[in-house]
Ligand binder design. Structure first.
Ligand code: SAH
Length: 256
């Protein structure tokens, strides 16, 4: 029997936001390779499954990407039902695209289970819609992982700075000062509001707000750490300190 690999989005880490299909394939998985961003979902993995922690948390890699890929290939070749569980949606900055290529090169059947991406759900649950007719008609998702000052950066900073759309930055904590200064030098208004949401939808979520002009200092003062989603743009004005989604802390409170 030929095995199969399910590239599964776990959502932003709260079990409420797992899809029905994800739950189905997780329950019948024989092997699960998971990232730490899968959060609460990790506790829901079947007891009998072989569970492999792939790490990847703020630059701390437990397994190298090649090892992860080799494991998926070998387990699937052995006829196993393999779940590759990734935070958010597997195809937004999660190297899911690379994993798909490797699996296809080896002729391994793949099913994608899309997930709720942190890039939209984390700001959303904090009360920040990434688009809004009055504030932003476009949104750009960028990775803050690359050194933004390096020659030939793959990101169109000038264009981003000139547009007034929302910019959602993932993996951007370390490079926040460089990103902010690039946007401002290229002409984005220093008064543009910014929110940094750490550990979105977790019990200990924290939101730090400011403007392009002062957010780097504020984030440093607050000791902001990954994982965090950074939102730049006028939609951040809608943040009022509330939260709109049920999270781990809400579930622990008695109903009513
Ligand atoms: N595929 C994922 C993103 C992978 S990149 C998705 O669709 O959500 C990893 C980055 O996602 C982190 O560095 C952080 O910027 C963001 N992230 C994922 N889950 C998060 C969470 N619960 N809270 C804050 N940021 C999160």
């Amino acid at each position: 029997m030929k095995g199969k690999v399910y590239l599964v989005g776990a959502g932003p880490g709260s079990r409420d936001l797992l899809t029905l299909r994800a739950l189905e394939v997780i329950r019948t998985a024989q092997v699960v390779l998971y990232d730490q961003l899968a959060g609460e979902i990790i506790a829901m993995l079947p007891e009998a499954a072989e569970k492999i922690d792939c790490g990847k948390f703020g630059g701390k890699h437990t397994l190298e990407q090649q090892e992860i890929e080799a494991l998926m290939v070998s387990r699937a070749r052995a006829g196993k039902s393999v779940v590759r569980l990734k935070g958010g949606d597997p195809f937004l900055f999660g190297r899911g695209g690379e994993e798909l290529e490797v699996l296809q090169e080896h002729g391994i059947p793949v099913e994608l289970v899309p997930g709720v991406t942190s890039a939209i759900a984390v700001p959303g649950c904090a009360g920040i819609p990434v688009t809004h007719r009055r504030y932003a008609s476009q949104v750009t998702f960028i990775t803050g992982h690359e050194d933004p000052t390096k020659e030939g950066s793959a990101i169109a900073w000038e264009m981003l700075a000139r547009s007034d759309g929302t910019i959602v930055i993932l993996m951007g904590v370390k490079n926040l000062p460089a990103i902010v200064s690039l946007l401002v030098t290229h002409g984005r208004d220093p008064a543009t509001p910014v929110a940094v949401i750490e550990r979105g939808l977790q019990k200990d979520q924290r939101v730090t707000t400011g403007r392009l002009a002062d957010i780097s200092g504020k984030a440093a003062m607050a000791g902001v750490r990954p994982p965090a989603v950074i939102i730049v743009g006028d939609v951040v004005q809608l943040y009022n300190g509330g939260h709109l989604c049920r999270d781990g802390a809400d579930r622990e409170r008695p109903a009513g």
